[in-house]
Design a protein around this ligand. Sequence first.
Ligand SMILES: Nc1ncnc2c1ncn2[C@@H]1O[C@H](COP(=O)(O)OP(=O)(O)OP(=O)(O)O)[C@@H](O)[C@H]1O
Ligand SMILES: [Mg+2]
Length: 367
Amino acid sequence: MTSTRDEPLLSVQGLRTHFALNAGLLKAVDGVTFDLRAGQTLGIVGESGSGKTVLSRSIMRLNLGNNVETSGKALFDGKDLLSLPMNQMTNIWGQEIAMVFQDPMTSLNPVVKIGRQVSEHVRKHLSLSRREARELAVQLLKSVRIPEAEVAYSSFPHELSGGMRQRVSIAIALACGPQLLFADEPTTALDVTVQHQILNLLGLQQSERDMAMVLVTHDLGVVAGRTDEIIVMYAGKIVEQASTHQIFQNTSHPYTEALLRSIPKTDQPSHTRLAAIAGRPPNLITMPSGCSFSPRCPYAQERCFEEEPPLTVTKEGHATACWYQVGTEANRAAWDKNLAAGRPATLAVAEGQVIDEVPIDIGAGGA
Ligand SMILES: Nc1ncnc2c1ncn2[C@@H]1O[C@H](COP(=O)(O)OP(=O)(O)OP(=O)(O)O)[C@@H](O)[C@H]1O
Ligand SMILES: [Mg+2]
């Protein structure tokens, strides 16, 4: 391990992953750049289909198939993961970088008892004896707060609850002490109380082990208070990137603003309907010209439908790709102009109303 606190542990530069499909080229990830330091947590947030999983899997070299093309760099501790020979990459998997997926049933073998799955994993990577591996496996199950770890050890995955299964897959991911953990929607399949327990467990393990973590979610509420930095993705690109504090306190992209409005508020009754974002993400094969969010944006002006805004960075390191950033005079003027022109659906969204019945105004260059 040669990286210091000042150097990023992971430096992703201009990452692109495109799939060649019969219908055309699908640009799932299109020029993503970020740094992650040792011990830090990065949140990657965006709606379904924004490219979060493809991004994580590209860094891990898990997007296999001959119709995939990945370019750019993913420097991990100085080595470019994207050009590493596959045999070196497989040594990194599980040992230096590990992953926790949304559904633990995809990572656990349903016909093998939990204990054997955990102990075989540690035996393989740490060359331990059977007895040592068993002891370590039980210890790992205890460390992820599985009550009666010995009982869980002798159980099949289906005999445990979803939350317990996710704890097992976290134990396996942490077994070899990785420096970096990708957690891709690790709690969406679980109920709210268990979600909190699992997220707290991940946070605790992360700080105890000084491990870096990438927490992927479609829900900004999940990353609030749990991450150092946040990347907001839309249609394969970063639209906003800043410290978690800045993302919440100084939101600058209209898409992030809309995502924030869709977080349930604890002070609202549980039956309160949330503002969803009107319209749908664009088709990644036939992208609209200009800003990809423009067809759904309450502030969009002509320029937004024609010219793609670059990701510009303030001196505080807050990056935003928008011509009419939230909180600016230009943004207020754009709002007033759209209000006067009466673009009902998008305005309703911006006001935080429920938009189910409101027709969607996709504007010029719509999807
Ligand atoms: N193997 C593949 N071949 C072709 N297209 C793919 C492949 N994998 C993903 N895609 C496409 O890439 C885009 C991004 O998908 P991705 O799974 O990264 O989204 P996501 O942000 O993780 O969404 P979700 O929140 O639903 O998990 C989608 O349009 C998806 O259909
Ligand atoms: Mg995903």
